[in-house]
Design a protein around this ligand. Structure first.
Ligand SMILES: *Cc1c(COP(=O)(O)O)cnc(C)c1O
Length: 360
């Protein structure tokens, strides 16, 4: 069976060579006669796989030595709670920037633990832009500032890293981690659910500055205490071993592609092609402010939403899958993560041109 072009927002496309390698190793991992899934997480073999994955991620993002890399479970959504549990550190409030559905969910969860100050919001214009630095009403007493650098549903990406002075900066990079170079030292904590740009679901990566660990709120479950997780090499309890292994294969693949700098060149080219076509088409439209257009998630509408169902049906028939926009916003969305090839984007544009010419 031929592989389709998959534009799913998550769980998303994985590099074909990674899937082939995993398939080849499925029954017999490196001559050991068993699958990596059937191995103890404490075996020297598995520990070496886990350590290599962490090191490769550290190399890819040039993560400074004073940061811990945690391989956790519960998805990015569990981090919405773990962040206040771990980072309030005696303080009573946290600052949040609201740029759409994911930041809104983070805000809602944080309210269970502290006072939340929404220091800027783009709700006034339907979450179609990222608030500027000058508009952030930051509180010097906040425990941390949380934002969503790339809003997966709205396709809105910050073009800058907020300057929060001495207040720790926390970022949900679920849908844009590894899409471009990143100065990790500007952040107190970065987290990302794996199923967009890292690997399979079931894993969430947390990169956290080590001086912030060890002062959790009362009642924090042991498995959610970053210090416990860090001190135990993310193996306080059984980690998501297969997801971790597969993420490691993706990191190897990224290194082979030339790392995040090389990926970013391709990502920018892919996104530019698609936006340029949408803007010139007179048939499709993207509502996001130009300087905040995501290079990973590109929502677009058709001339009439009466055409949506036909567009999806025809796209499916051509092997262009998962283009339906999020149920909350409608329209279309093409997620073009690292593993989505330039060829896939070209095929999508060719179909969009053809569809527009027949339905103009
Ligand atoms: C997908 C996504 C989440 C939720 O991830 P889960 O792993 O399903 O909890 C959170 N934030 C952003 C930005 C996302 O794209």
């Amino acid at each position: 069976m031929a592989r389709v072009f998959n534009f799913c927002a998550g769980p998303a496309a994985l590099p074909e060579t990674v899937l082939e390698k995993a398939a080849a190793e499925m029954l017999d991992w490196q001559g050991k006669g068993l699958s990596i899934m059937e191995m103890s997480h404490r075996s020297p073999e598995y520990v070496s796989v886990a350590k290599k994955a962490e090191q490769d991620l550290r190399d890819l993002l040039v993560i400074p030595d004073n940061y811990k890399v945690l391989f956790m479970q519960g998805g990015a959504s569990a981090q919405f709670a773990m962040i206040p549990m771990n980072l309030l550190r005696g303080k009573k409030s946290a600052d949040y920037i609201n740029t759409g559905q994911w930041s809104a969910k983070a805000i809602k969860e944080a309210k269970n633990y502290c006072d939340v100050n929404v220091v800027a919001s783009s709700e006034d214009k339907g979450f179609s832009y990222a608030p500027a630095q000058l508009g952030l009403k930051l509180n010097p007493d906040a425990a941390y500032v949380h934002y969503t650098p790339n809003e997966t549903i709205g396709g809105v990406e910050f073009e800058y890293i907020p300057d929060t002075g001495d207040v720790p900066l926390v970022a949900d990079f679920s849908s844009s981690i590894l899409s471009a170079e990143l100065d990790v030292s500007k952040f107190a904590l970065i987290y990302a659910g794996a199923q967009k740009n890292i690997g399979p679901a079931g894993l969430c990566i947390v990169i956290v500055r080590e001086d912030l660990l060890g002062d959790v709120i009362k009642g924090t479950p042991t498995t959610m205490d970053y210090k416990v997780v860090a001190d135990n090499g993310s193996m306080y309890n059984t980690p998501a071993t297969y997801s971790w292994y597969l993420a490691g294969l993706v990191f190897e693949w990224l290194k082979e592609q030339g790392g995040v700098t090389a990926m970013n060149v391709i990502n920018l080219r892919k996104a530019k092609k698609l936006y340029d076509y949408i803007d010139a088409s007179g048939f499709y439209a993207n509502p996001v402010a130009r300087n905040n257009r995501s290079i990973m998630n590109i929502p677009f509408t058709l001339k009439s939403d009466a055409l949506d169902a036909g567009f999806i049906k025809e796209a499916d028939a051509r092997g262009l899958l998962n283009l339906k926009g999020h149920r909350s916003v409608g329209g279309m969305r093409a997620s073009i993560y690292n593993a989505v090839s330039e060829q896939a984007v070209d095929a999508l544009i060719a179909f969009m041109q053809d569809f527009a010419s027949r339905n103009a």
